[in-house]
Design a protein around this ligand. Structure first.
Ligand code: SF4
Length: 64
């Protein structure tokens, strides 16, 4: 999986970082960033949870 954040949609709520800090990081500019572009299967469920819990649906899965 290859998570991608749409910065036009991100509101910086930090929910994704709380759910999966191994992959998502909130930075000083108030936006979340993907810090692990190819998380392994061990993180898949947490990434999917972050996608589901993002209030603006800013996270999606890009092409493999
Ligand atoms: S959960 Fe969504 S809106 Fe909130 S910081 Fe993460 S990407 Fe941005």
């Amino acid at each position: 999986m290859r998570p991608v954040i749409d910065h036009d949609e991100c509101i910086g709520c930090a929910q994704c970082e709380q759910v999966c800090p191994e992959v998502f990081e909130l930075r000083d500019d108030g936006l979340a960033y993907v810090i692990n572009e190819e998380p392994g299967d061990d993180l898949a469920s947490k990434v999917e949870e972050a996608i589901e819990e993002c209030p603006t649906a800013a996270i999606s899965l890009g092409e493999e």
